[in-house]
Design a protein around this ligand. Sequence first.
Ligand SMILES: C[S@@+](CC[C@H](N)C(=O)[O-])C[C@H]1O[C@@H](n2cnc3c(N)ncnc32)[C@H](O)[C@@H]1O
Length: 296
Amino acid sequence: MPPTDAVGIAVIDAAERLRSSGSPSPRLDAEVLVAHVTGRDRSWVLAHPEASLGPEVVARLRAVVDRRAAGEPIAYIRGFRDWQSLRIRTDHRALIPRPETELLAEAAITELERRLARDDAPIVAWEVATGTGAVTLAIATRFRQAIRLGRIRLVASDLSPDALELAAENLVDHAATDLVTLACADLLDPAGASLPRPDLVIANLPYVASDEVDARASALGFEPRIALDGGPDGLAVLRRLLADLPSRAARNATVLLEIGVGQAAEIAALGPVGAKVGIVPDLAGLDRVLRLDLQD
Ligand SMILES: C[S@@+](CC[C@H](N)C(=O)[O-])C[C@H]1O[C@@H](n2cnc3c(N)ncnc32)[C@H](O)[C@@H]1O
């Protein structure tokens, strides 16, 4: 007979509780949470169903299962999300980086590689609305040397001081503090700081319509509203950024924007006159990154 506080029994009980609270992935969540409170990984949990948890761990498990049953994302409960081979700290201060945002980071890396290969001109790359700093970290860790050599200057900004604080912690975790200029800014307008015009603008701005944010409160309600709410049609913040580009970005700048499914044509139409428009589809063929190349 396994002990009553055995790992296998704890997983079954937690999964049952999460299933009845409406979790879409109760068994997986239960395994991840048991792994979290035991300080092990999921494969250990699966391989040791008879191991005894002990009363302290059982109490901790009950507490985290309660949080998950109330809808809190696993990434907030664990305090991190593994994203693009980086461990990103996550908590209520910023949006949890999504898998689809890896496409934005990859598009930015490809564009920087292209520009580095083209000529020796220094490049200013600016991630607007950095949140946890995940996209900026993907770029900073890929181009450590080019940044140290002064070939790339990397700026990351956000309007939310909370998000910036978390981004700063993530930079420390990855020994990247010296690679990035962090700034508090409303889009490309930094408060009290003077920053160079970007040659490359990268942004995953809020693009969900306010009504939809309300309707999806059970799934999105734990994340900061400022990270999600794009106003009545979802495009209010993007519209302002696009209007600012001619006066704030460098001539011939490239702009890479994560967009919602079905928003490409409408957002492209908001871009500066004459900008060349491109789309980077995701693996499912959905339009997820819009590219604008500004023209003189
Ligand atoms: C969708 S989240 C993206 C976070 C992160 N870049 C990512 O992809 O995980 C949007 C971010 O935009 C920021 N934000 C909202 N309005 C802003 C504004 N006017 N200027 C700068 N940042 C803004 C929020 O604080 C939030 O961090």
